[in-house]
Design a protein around this ligand. Structure first.
Ligand code: 8X3
Length: 252
């Protein structure tokens, strides 16, 4: 049995979007939360607002993740790791793909999740088990034109997740994948398009996209099922989106 009361989560990518919404929701449900991101000023504001603990770390840096694990172990342990940090860079055809962008996407989405999971999994075991939840994407399930770098990284992250579930069977650890479709957040599309706000806004025009709270809701629901229930995979899209490339838009 998981032994922490209240339960305690580490949420990565906590400074904005789905991560910040998840911190708020878990705190509202009575969880202790360690909110992890690179930007300390945003983390500090979130910590003040929610009572979460802020921890600055860059998940592409091994020493930062080791410090995070040491901190979590020394300050009470862990019930759930929410691997949310990630992102897309560019929307280029394969023939035009930017190698540095692809490398950065693999570093954060794949190796960041791997490194963080490797570092924190032993702490889940020390506390009678727990959850490894990975926020992938519908890009982890099908390609779209211009998406290959992100689609490839998210497919790899998904395979890390499904393989881990196979490897841990029999242990009291659940491995959960939440795969969001189009979620209108402040930063996902803006970062993808290198700060081009007009192009970013177009991604969400003419239909009702998901909001970060919708995914925080799914994450919280999956984490709070009875211990024998493992939500292997939840794909969550806006009603107006039938696939990565089929979106019913009006007025555009
Ligand atoms: C976000 C969905 O379609 O931009 O992960 O890849 S998409």
């Amino acid at each position: 049995m998981k032994d922490l009361k209240p339960p305690r989560a580490v949420v990565t990518g906590a400074s904005s979007g789905i991560g910040a919404a998840t911190v708020r929701r878990l705190r509202a449900e009575g969880w202790d939360v360690v909110a992890v991101a690179r930007r300390t000023y945003r983390l500090a504001a979130l910590a003040r607002e929610t009572g979460a603990e802020a921890f600055r770390a860059d998940l592409t840096v091994a020493d930062d993740v080791a410090r995070l694990a040491a901190h979590v172990r020394a300050t009470g342990g862990l019930t759930a790791l929410v691997n949310n940090a990630g992102g897309a860079l560019g929307l280029d055809r394969v023939e035009d793909g930017d190698l540095d962008g692809w490398r950065a996407m693999f570093e954060l989405n794949v190796l960041g999740t791997l490194r963080t999971t490797q570092a924190l999994l032993p702490i889940l075991r020390e506390h009678g088990g727990g959850d490894v939840l990975v926020v992938t994407s519908t890009a982890a399930h099908a390609p779209y034109e211009g998406g290959a770098g992100y689609v490839g990284a998210k497919h790899a992250e998904r395979m890390l997740t499904t393989t881990l579930r196979l490897e841990l069977v029999g242990e009291p650890i659940r491995v959960i994948e939440i795969a969001p479709g189009n979620v209108a957040t402040d930063e996902f599309a803006l970062v993808r398009f290198h700060g081009d706000a007009e192009r970013a806004a177009k991604v969400y025009q003419g239909y009702q996209p998901l909001v970060a709270e919708d995914i925080a809701d799914a994450i919280t629901w999956a984490l709070t099922r009875p211990e024998h229930v493992n939500i292997d995979l939840m794909i969550v899209r806006p009603r107006a989106q039938a696939s990565n490339t089929s979106i019913a838009r009006t007025g555009v």
